[in-house]
Write a protein that binds this ligand. Structure first.
Ligand SMILES: Nc1ncnc2c1ncn2[C@@H]1O[C@H](COP(=O)(O)OP(=O)(O)O)[C@@H](O)[C@H]1O
Ligand SMILES: [Mg+2]
Length: 320
């Protein structure tokens, strides 16, 4: 990890108009990503993680805020206006490779498409490069002649990773990329992601609800709830000293795997209730309806940033 900020997000907002009303999916989110790190964005389903990733990708424009990439590029403008160079440099791997890989195309064609679009190699050398990419993610070149449905879940995801790597990106968004896999495929894919990150100096924004994955591969963690970020900390400190009651609730609901896990599990915060609707989020701290420690002020006012130390920030009235 270097100290260079590759991506800077400030006061990002994304609202969706639906039949039920306006969904404030991302509602004032700010964070920086350092070059070469894995920054995890964690939270229950519906907290706005995917929307954050999709706005960064440019799938839809934000309704407010700024995203600055590599100090120079403004990503908060419509995708159509993004230079090809930017589309090349930022890639995404989705949760479900079953739907993100075209079922009618052979693996060799799936991976060669970005190579050709971004003119990474000469046309005559394209399949050579595909074989190289496959090998790089741990698949033999015979996979070139298979269709996605002929692959296992982990293999499909490795193909999706090879496709994301094809245009030589610097920044990759991993949106629940291992969540749908069985434990052994998950381990294989995670190991591959870590290997290629180290070798290619990639930066990852790791979107997940799985704290086991967070502990294994991320250096920093952010906790998102109903469109806002409530805590951010270096991974080690996050597991040792979780401060926000929501963070503690998430940690206490991890199924216990080992004695070591048992030791770090915070006590006394049971997971209660469901995430409320993002159409009418609770006033004040959005977690107050599920928080065992909620006070009057938590219902009334947005919590302030409490700086625990340089890298650890919690947004909670308990620490005021
Ligand atoms: N295209 C969309 N149209 C309407 N609502 C959406 C759309 N995408 C996401 N949402 C809503 O925005 C909120 C955040 O969703 P999402 O970003 O997918 O959360 P997460 O990835 O954390 O599960 C949810 O309430 C979801 O229903
Ligand atoms: Mg999601």
């Amino acid at each position: 990890m270097s100290n260079y900020t590759i991506l800077s997000v400030s006061d990002l907002r994304k609202y969706f108009t639906t039949a039920e009303g306006v969904v404030r999916a991302v509602d004032g989110v700010s964070f920086n990503v350092k070059h070469g790190e894995t920054l995890a964005l964690v939270g229950e389903s519906g907290s706005g993680k995917t929307t954050t990733g999709h706005v960064i990708m440019g799938f839809y424009p934000p309704d407010g805020g700024k995203i600055i990439y590599k100090g120079a590029y403004e990503l908060s403008i419509p995708m159509k206006k993004r230079p090809l160079e930017l589309k090349r440099d930022i890639q995404i791997v989705f949760q479900d490779p079953g739907t993100s890989l075209n079922p009618k195309r052979l693996v060799k064609d799936i991976i060669s498409l970005p190579l050709l679009v971004h003119r990474i190699v000469d046309k005559r050398r394209v399949y050579e490069k595909v074989a190289e990419l496959l090998e790089y993610v741990g698949l033999s070149e015979e996979y070139m002649f298979r269709y996605p449905h002929e692959l296992g879940g982990g293999e499909k995801q490795l193909v999706a990773i090879a496709r994301a790597l094809a245009p030589n990106p610097s920044f990759i968004i991993l949106d629940e990329s291992t969540s749908a896999l069985d434990v052994s495929s998950q381990a294989k894919v995670l190991n591959t992601l870590v290997k290629i990150q180290n070798e290619l100096k990639l930066t990852y924004l790791l979107i997940t609800h799985d704290l086991g994955v967070v502990r294994n591969i991320s250096q920093r963690v952010m906790i998102m709830y109903l469109g806002k970020i409530y805590e951010e900390a270096p991974t080690e400190e996050f597991f040792k000293l979780p401060m926000h009651p929501y963070t503690q609730m998430l940690l206490s609901s991890i199924p216990t795997l080992s004695e070591e896990d048992e030791k770090i599990k915070p006590r006394g915060i049971e997971s209660v209730g469901e995430i409320p609707s993002a159409v009418k989020p609770p006033s004040g701290c959005r977690f107050h309806t599920r928080c065992p420690f909620a006070k009057q002020i938590c219902m009334e006012k947005d919590p302030p940033d409490i700086i625990v130390n340089n890298n650890h920030i919690v947004r909670c009235w308990l620490y005021e």
